[in-house]
Design a protein around this ligand. Structure first.
Ligand SMILES: *Cc1c(COP(=O)(O)O)cnc(C)c1O
Length: 367
């Protein structure tokens, strides 16, 4: 590498983190704020870690304007863990309606079937997960315990622009949102949400930490078989310290929240995400068919951009050239093929511009 910056990392997750945060964490690795301890070595019940935890929760609540009647839980188990933890806590063993827009919501449906009577309220599977099913056509059952959707499908690159208003669709079921891969890149309309969850490894920090935002009136519904460490009511009652929380993950997340505030918060992240996505989709759409993203325009993700070369025999050469140009982890998910560029909050627009320059140059050489 002859560049002075680190390579640009387009991994879908675990993914790029702000370099400033990594440097801060490195500087504090052996001694956090004069305590004589690294964060990984601290008791989660000591005053040092409690201050880290409280600041992280406070900053997250402020960044996303989370209302007071929502609890914020720092949990473990990832997004797939929540696919089981949510029905264990909210389904009452009854009906759950799932909106399928890609691989993640499909997995959520399969897991919820272990605990509940699951029906698919809408699905875009017939078109290869490339469109957003219009909410007016969703088949919502009146008795459903909740309705689940994935607001950004990381693999298929399909993102909801706005969350549906279930009440306006005649449903009083709470909405459950898996927002793992675009949390903190746009505001969340809490009036439309009962519960939202996100694995940290896309837009927040290290894998393992899982954020849950749950409306207080939903805390008391867990099935008796729900493990105590995964029961929202128990976790909430202990301030996310029923068992040892993922302390280092919470610390890094807290540094990322501070970084976000210094950048201008979620509004600024959204402005940048719009600009980065416009730049990248513009290059793909303007390539004269050399590259293609197949998602309908109103469902295109600002965070995860899958694309294909018109001549797939060039895929290996494309990836090798990208690596040589300092553009890492562009290979698409194995279930979709092709390429995928994930352009999370920590990806600067300079990285997207470098990718666009490479896309153009590669097309010129091979077009
Ligand atoms: C990555 C991801 C998950 C899975 O998270 P794990 O931590 O691997 O369990 C779930 N949902 C979405 C939308 C994701 O992007």
């Amino acid at each position: 590498m002859s560049t002075t910056h680190r390579p640009y990392n387009f991994s879908a997750g675990p993914a790029v983190l702000p370099e400033e945060v990594l440097r801060e964490a490195a500087a504090e690795m052996l001694d956090w704020h004069g305590s004589g301890m690294g964060v990984m070595e601290m008791s989660h019940r000591g005053k040092e870690f409690i201050s880290i935890h409280e600041a992280a929760e406070h900053d997250l609540r402020a960044l996303l304007a989370v209302p007071p009647h929502f609890k914020i839980l720092f949990m473990q188990g990832g997004g797939l863990g929540e696919n089981a933890i949510v029905p264990l806590n909210l389904s009452r063993g009854g009906q759950v309606d799932l909106v399928v827009t890609g691989a993640w919501s499909k997995k959520s449906a399969a897991e919820a079937r272990k605990y509940a009577d699951v029906a698919i309220a809408a699905s875009n599977e017939a078109d290869g997960h490339t469109t957003l099913p219009a909410a007016a056509g969703w088949q919502l059952r009146p008795g459903a315990s909740y309705v689940h959707l994935c607001s950004n499908e990381t693999i298929h690159g399909v993102e909801f622009g706005a969350l549906p208003d279930l009440a306006a669709l005649g449903s009083d079921a709470p909405l459950v949102v898996d927002c793992s891969s675009h949390i903190l890149s746009r505001p969340i309309d809490w009036a439309r949400v009962g519960l939202a969850f996100a694995g940290a490894q896309k837009n927040i920090g290290p894998a393992g930490l899982t954020l849950v935002f749950v409306r207080e009136d939903l805390l008391d519904r867990a099935l008796p078989i729900c493990p105590s460490a995964f029961e929202y009511k128990t976790v909430a009652a202990h301030g996310s310290m029923f068992n040892t929380p993922p302390t280092y993950g919470i610390y890094i997340a807290g540094l990322v929240f501070q970084w976000l505030q210094r950048q201008g918060g979620v509004a600024e992240m959204e402005r940048r995400a719009i600009a980065k996505a416009a730049l990248l989709y513009g290059a793909l759409d303007g390539s004269g068919g050399f590259y293609a993203n197949k998602v309908a325009h109103d469902g295109r993700s600002r965070m995860n951009v899958p694309f294909f070369l018109h001549d797939e025999s060039l895929n290996e050469a494309f990836l090798a050239g990208a690596r040589a140009a300092g553009l890492l982890q562009l290979k698409g998910h194995k279930s979709v093929g092709g390429m995928r560029a994930s352009i999370y909050n920590a990806m600067p627009i300079e990285g997207v511009q470098a990718l666009v320059d490479y896309l153009n140059e590669f097309a010129r050489r091979h077009g």
